[in-house]
Design a protein around this ligand. Structure first.
Ligand code: F6P
Length: 330
């Protein structure tokens, strides 16, 4: 963590990368906490893209009314290629200076913090990161803002699929998001009582999956729910479905890809709570002269992790949890 007293008067806040339910609650907390401490907040639209294009507007408390319950992000978001170049970052810096912004709160995931760190090293604008991604793949926090809502959405979807799977005695392959992380898949599998799951954190082959399905049949299981993380070891869910059909005729196999449904919707109470705590603490930390860190919650305490560590270290579900999920799915 970098610490240094520099009086902060104007904070720029932005959301970047994939949107996540609870981002609005985080923006609201930053604005309201900052206003309480007599700081001004500027909303930067479309993440780094808007920083480069100068899409910066003052955010008052009233602008954050009626947003805590809304999914998406009122500031919009983007994945910026231009910010990867020194020219893009120079334009972004010039726009911040023009608006007298002396600190930033970046709400996003790994890519967002990678950009923030490069920018900070070049231009030294104190920045605090808030973990906003449905993937829950950030080291330095037990949960990321949006994960809980995404898992709840996925579990509700699987509950519905379960009804039709049961009625027709079918095997459903249900793909969830998560990029390289299996958190959404694992928690969805546990929460929906799925038969099995494929996650990147566990090496699996198609034969291993067939084996599990055959064992389930021996236990007189008449239908099956397999939760597949998009980053699994075997491949695309449609291809897995074809491979299964070639290897077993025991079940009628169907595929559901839940996709971007998981990114939208009203944030859960947990995500609103997490976003509120972290947004408030980001402002307090900046006032205390802390920066170059991501704020997270570990064991119910707000902690700060250096961007470098948050980016570099991998966070994975424990083997105990994976084993438990397997046992309970049998
Ligand atoms: O990082 C969030 C996430 O939803 C991942 O789970 C997924 O792999 C990716 O973003 C999808 O990105 P896009 O919305 O750009 O297609």
């Amino acid at each position: 963590m970098t610490e240094g007293k520099k009086e902060i008067k104007r904070i720029g806040v932005f959301t970047s990368g994939g949107d996540a339910p609870g981002m609005n609650a985080a923006i609201r907390a930053v604005v309201r906490a900052a206003n309480f401490y007599d700081l001004h907040v500027y909303g930067i639209h479309r993440g780094y893209e808007g920083m480069i294009d100068g899409e910066i507007k003052r955010l008052e408390t009233i602008d954050t009314a009626n947003i805590i319950q809304r999914g998406g992000t009122i500031l919009k978001t983007a994945r910026s290629m231009r910010f990867m170049s020194p020219e893009g970052r120079k334009m972004a810096y010039d726009n911040l200076i023009e608006n007298d912004i002396d600190a930033l709160v970046a709400i996003g995931g790994n890519g967002t913090f990678t950009g923030a760190q490069v920018f900070l090293n070049e231009y030294g604008i104190p920045t605090i990161g808030l973990p906003g991604t449905i993937d829950n793949d950030l080291y330095g926090t037990d949960y990321t803002i949006g994960f809980d809502t995404a898992v709840n959405t996925a579990v509700q979807a699987v509950d519905k699929i379960r009804d039709t799977a049961d009625s027709h005695n079918r095997l459903f392959l249900i793909e969830v998001m998560g990029r390289h992380s299996g958190y959404i898949a694992l928690h969805t599998a546990i929460g929906s009582g799925a038969s099995t799951f494929l996650i990147p954190e566990q090496a699996t082959s198609i034969d291993g999956l067939v084996d599990k399905i055959k064992k389930a049949l021996k236990r007189k299981k008449l239908f099956g729910l397999v939760i597949i993380a998009e980053g699994n070891h075997i491949g695309e869910t449609m291809d897995i479905s074809k491979m299964l059909e070639e290897r077993t005729t025991d079940y009628d196999v169907k595929v559901t890809i839940i996709g971007h449904l998981q990114r939208g919707g009203s944030p859960s109470a947990y995500d609103r709570m997490l976003a509120s705590r972290l947004g408030h603490q980001a402002v307090v930390a900046l006032m205390e002269g802390k920066y170059n860190v991501m704020a997270g919650v570990v064991n119910d305490q707000v902690v700060f992790t250096d961007f470098e560590q948050a980016i570099k270290n991998k966070k994975e579900p424990t083997q105990d949890l994976i084993k438990m999920a397997e046992i309970l799915g049998m």
